[in-house]
Design a binder for this molecule. Structure first.
Ligand code: M6R
Length: 367
């Protein structure tokens, strides 16, 4: 059942090229340069006209929501807010008739998300769902949406469900941007090609980087704390990397936007602290390179996820993991893969039950 792997988590990490491909299949047509998402098309007018889109989710799905915020604001020029479902539901949020709520959930059964949506729906909001489990409570409650096609995810830590969510959210953002004409035709065609190339690039990471990641895992398996830093589209990936590490290894980890380091977390940096930088080549690259230098100057251990061929970062980092070059808009789907693997292998080194971490359940159906 584990397909020859030691754990479901590893099997599911390895299934990601397929899960991403399946989430685009029948939707993205590179020849015609079209995206077909019937559930979204049905509400296209309301979405385009919306004053704001509120994304509601928890945990890893909330991190996918943060990536979507950056995507939708940039590509569609619609204001987006990302809310923890639990906070949103209890604070009597302002919801007006016709507001668009986008729910993201692997299980479709997360209690906090479900109740938040029920409340919003009763106030006249349009509920769109990005859900993995077909026919689940959130899927049934949504007016429309688009399923992720990740297949069943057994490991408690979300891996392939997350990259499938990012894929579907990219499709939604590009679809709306195309309808709204908020991006030009060349950029639209370019981004469709970039998205289409993601499964092969994920496969390339899985094929080439595991020995290096295992080595890093052995080196840092006894660390007490980790810091994860990223900017822009990679900021939510830093949060996701830290969450994965906590869940799977029980090592304390925090994720931050790299520029926030100087507002506090830099006080933690000493010769005992590994700092993971998600530092792929994008518009912020120079800035993150100077953050790397700041950590080095304080004797922190820099582990960097970098773009293939980035010699500057290779020289600077104590350890690095390379991923293929990609537009920054699709880069998070690639940059999260090494972080999933790092957590997995540290968990294995520490003899942890990686598929069923203590105190956690696959779907949190209690408040
Ligand atoms: O099923 P959902 O996507 O609604 O679940 C949300 C969170 O409970 C979930 O992502 C959780 O944080 C995972 N354990 C993360 O690995």
């Amino acid at each position: 059942e584990k397909g020859g792997y030691d754990h479901f988590m590893l099997k599911e990490i390895m299934e990601q090229p397929q899960a991403i491909f399946d989430s685009m299949r029948g939707r993205l047509d590179l020849e015609k340069l079209t995206i077909t998402l019937s559930g979204i098309e049905q509400y296209a007018e309301q979405i385009c006209k919306a004053n704001r889109i509120v994304i509601v989710s928890c945990g890893t799905s909330w991190h996918a929501g943060l990536v979507a915020e950056y995507l939708i604001e940039e590509l569609c020029r619609i204001n987006v807010e990302v809310e923890y479902a639990s906070e949103f539901r209890y604070r009597n949020p302002i919801i007006n008739e016709g507001d668009v709520i986008l729910a993201i959930s692997q299980s479709g059964e997360t209690a906090d998300t479900l109740v938040a949506l029920e409340n919003a729906k009763s106030k006249g909001a349009i509920i769109l769902g990005v859900v993995n489990v077909v026919g689940s409570s959130i899927a049934r409650l949504s007016h429309a949406g688009a399923y992720t096609h990740a297949g069943p995810e057994i490991g408690v830590a979300s891996t392939k469900a997350f990259t499938a969510q990012l894929t579907v959210l990219e499709l939604i953002a590009l679809k709306i941007a195309y309808i709204k004409k908020s991006i030009d035709d060349d950029q639209y065609a370019h981004l469709l090609n970039e998205l289409n190339a993601v499964p092969d690039k994920v496969q390339a990471i899985l094929d080439s980087q595991i020995p290096k990641i295992r080595e890093i895992a052995r080196k840092y398996k006894d660390a007490r704390d980790f810091l994860y830093l990223g900017r822009g589209y990679n900021f939510p990936i830093a949060l996701e990397g830290a969450l994965k590490l906590k869940e799977i290894t029980y090592i304390h980890a925090e994720g931050y936007p790299a520029a926030e380091m100087k507002h506090g977390p830099i006080a933690l940096v000493d010769e005992n602290l590994p700092v993971v930088f998600v530092a792929t080549k994008d518009r912020y690259h120079e800035k993150i390179v100077s953050n790397i230098q700041e950590v080095k100057a304080r004797k922190g251990h820099v582990i960097a996820v970098i773009t293939e061929g980035d010699e500057v970062s290779k020289q600077l980092a104590e350890d690095y993991i390379e991923i293929p070059e990609a537009d920054e808009i699709v880069a998070p789907i690639l940059s999260v893969i090494p972080l999933q693997l790092l957590s997995y292998y540290i968990g294995v080194e520490r003899n942890q039950d990686v598929d069923k971490p203590r105190n956690l359940a696959k779907s949190v159906t209690v408040e």
